[in-house]
Write a new protein. Structure first.
Length: 675
């Protein structure tokens, strides 16, 4: 006798949800199924998408339900189908903090009826009975309505029923926009499908869009005979403001250790007057909450922060959780450091490299709670002195759960704080740091130089689920990294990398003044470290040099500020070109969620070859540019002022690196309108 399948009883069947026909999958933005929050920012709506489908031929209605965690009521906006059962929409955010959203889908009974009615009429089939069916659907909506809407729906139902004898009149009533709006407002409440609620952490707009300028305070003196101070940095604010940067990032400003101090070019012995590395933090003058006396005082720092704010610039401070052998914590808390069998403390190392001037903290110490609290105290101290942006040094070398705890603790009291992760490490670790709360991250952009490498990498960062939580901050160089392309490519390479960083990413930064003054000598052949690195010695920069890129920086940042398309990464699209030495891409933006602003389209073309002119034909994705096929449009080069009339998707460009290796086009319709 064959095995019989058990038949579930009615009591064993699912309840209300069991009658729900729609299925919702592939919801974005989500991170690890909602375990971590996705990222949002003020000034940009949260884009939502999902796959929604059901059995049969009925149409569906999709919507997003959302609320700030401090609100008790959910708000709703609609989703629109975009093909292949995929739906998209967005919801606005008005304040920082955590939002939650869920996708809800219902069967569109009225819409399905109306489409079927139209199809039957076009096929010449009788529709009198179908009009009676529709009248009943409208009466059901009227029963759910109130006031004048209820009366109006009742009247429309009567009209459709009466029109059963005059079908053409019934078709007109069924197709009215008024009826569609009213039935959508009072849709059938029978069981809907609703996804789980997913979290989104919304930060202030600078987390999404920022331009960073890094400088060493000790190299800011206009007088070559003395070391720079915080007062000199304050005097240089006008220069940073003129360049158009809104974040001034300072490497550590704390006292520097003397024991095992590094000399020039990172050698293991320091000569007389060698200042040492700012990342070897701490001496008798104090540790992570002290200012290096050579730079000034806390009062000087406070004045700098206030003066920068007056110019629209925020001061970002380096968080380097490590100590020199002379740091006060070494004597006060020796158990916060890992000791070797001979009683000495192991210095920082990445074999075979050794950093004798730095002691790493032992996060596995039995006294870990007090260590964690002390590090939290460091962050709170500088927040108390006006710092709201931190660049975090090597976070991947400290426990990830420590950062998860610290970021949550800081944001609980200071949701405006932004943290940039300097983690040039394996992709999964970089991504996890973003998941647990870092606002932005350094990237591999420095080492992506061919058109294919750049397109693949930036597509990954902006078009895949990584974009739901990972915000890239693109840097052509850092004090530690001078890529071979810049060592050999000269001014054209610096110019091209600047344009790429500033337009591919909504956040980018430069290490100045080394960058604008074209510093490109490596310490030795094959090295990515600078000769005469500013990390180990005081440098004096001639900001008025005629070959400086300062004017170009000013122009590029002015373009960024003026064009909302460059304030986000969501719309980045690459366009085909028949020369692999050319890279072409675009960004678009529409009005802000509050209806303010304007449509904006930017198209960028860059010659990646610093040694020769390159030409090619672009095949534009007109839809990505919000243009109609065969529409005439103007591209206005914002770098040179030139204007070109283009009339189709295929257009020729030629870029000479000795003149200017890039176009930054503002796409316009004739007469100055934007697409």
């Amino acid at each position: 006798m064959g095995r019989q399948e058990a038949v579930p009883t009615a009591a064993a069947l699912p309840g209300k949800v069991g009658r729900s026909r729609p299925v919702i999958t592939g919801v974005r933005p989500t991170v690890d199924g909602g375990h971590y929050p996705a990222k949002g920012a003020l000034g940009e709506a949260v884009a939502v998408e999902a796959d929604i489908f059901a059995d049969g031929h009925d149409g569906l209605l999709g919507e997003v339900r959302f609320r700030h965690e401090e609100d008790s009521r959910w708000r709703t906006v609609g989703l629109e189908p975009v093909g292949n059962d995929h739906w998209r929409g967005e919801f606005p955010v008005e304040r920082t903090g955590r939002y939650r959203f869920a996708i809800r889908a219902t069967i569109d009974r009225f819409g399905s009826w109306r489409r079927a009615l139209q199809a039957r009429a076009e096929a010449g089939q009788p529709i009198d009975i179908e009009l009676l069916v529709g009248a009943e659907l409208v009466r059901q909506a009227a029963a759910r309505a109130e006031g004048t809407d209820q009366l109006r729906l009742g009247a429309l139902a009567d009209g459709i029923e009466a029109a059963a004898a005059v079908p053409d009149h019934g078709l007109g009533l069924a197709g009215s926009a008024e009826l569609a709006a009213l039935t959508a407002r009072y849709r059938d409440p029978r069981p809907a499908a609703t996804s789980k609620a997913y979290p989104v952490d919304v930060e202030r707009s600078r987390a999404r869009y920022s331009s960073w300028y890094e400088l060493f305070p000790r190299s800011a003196s206009p007088d070559p005979s003395r070391t720079g101070t915080l007062a000199d940095v304050e005097a240089r604010l006008h220069y940073v403001e003129r360049l158009g940067f809104d974040v001034l990032y300072l490497p550590p400003v704390h006292p520097i250790g003397v024991t095992a101090r590094k000399g020039r070019n990172g050698v293991s012995w320091a000569g007389p007057g060698d200042p040492g590395s700012p990342w070897a933090i701490g001496n008798a003058a104090g540790g992570h909450t002290a200012i290096d006396p050579d730079l000034g005082t806390l009062a000087d720092f406070d004045r700098l922060v206030a003066a920068a704010a007056g110019r629209g610039i925020e001061v970002a401070l380096d968080l380097a959780f490590q100590c020199s052998p002379d740091h006060p914590w070494v004597g006060e808390h020796p158990n916060w450091f890992r000791q070797l069998p001979d009683g000495s403390i192991r210095p920082a190392e990445n074999p075979p490299k050794r950093y004798e001037d730095v002691y790493p903290l032992d996060f596995e110490t039995a006294d870990w709670r007090r260590l964690w609290e002390a590090l939290h105290g460091v962050v709170e101290f500088w927040i108390g002195h006006g710092v709201r942006i931190f660049r975090v040094d090597n976070p991947h070398t400290k426990p990830l759960r420590f950062w998860e705890w610290l970021l949550a603790a800081v944001r609980a009291d200071h949701p405006e704080v932004i943290m940039l992760a300097e983690a040039f490490t394996r992709p999964r670790i970089m991504e996890h740091l973003a998941k647990i709360g870092f606002s932005q991250s350094y990237t591999y952009f420095t080492w992506r130089n061919s058109a294919r490498e750049i397109e693949e990498y930036l597509t990954e960062l902006t078009r895949t689920p990584v974009a739901d939580y990972f915000r890239p901050n693109l840097w052509p160089t850092t004090p530690d990294i001078l890529h071979e392309l810049l060592q050999s490519g000269g001014r054209p390479a610096f110019t091209a990398r600047l344009v790429l960083a500033a337009t591919l990413g909504s956040s980018y930064g430069i290490y100045g003044p080394a960058f604008e003054l074209l510093e490109n000598e490596p310490r030795q052949p094959g090295s990515e470290e600078y000769l005469d690195s500013e990390k180990y010695e005081v440098r004096h920069w001639d900001l008025d040099r005629p070959d400086s890129l300062a004017d170009l920086l000013t122009r590029v940042n002015a373009i960024r500020h003026a064009h909302p398309a460059l304030h986000q990464n969501r719309s980045l699209r690459f366009h085909n070109v028949d020369n692999d030495q050319l890279l072409v891409y675009s960004k678009t933006a529409g009005p802000n969620p509050d209806g303010a602003g304007f449509d904006d389209t930017i198209l960028v073309a860059v010659n990646l070859d610093p040694r020769a002119a390159q030409a090619g034909t672009i095949t534009l994705d007109l839809a990505a540019l919000r243009l109609e096929r065969a529409e005439t449009f103007v591209v206005h080069d914002l770098l040179t002022g030139a204007r070109y009339d283009w009339t189709c998707s295929h257009n020729f460009i030629r870029l000479d690196p000795e003149v200017v290796p890039a176009h930054i086009f503002h796409v316009q319709r004739p007469g100055g309108g934007t697409p």
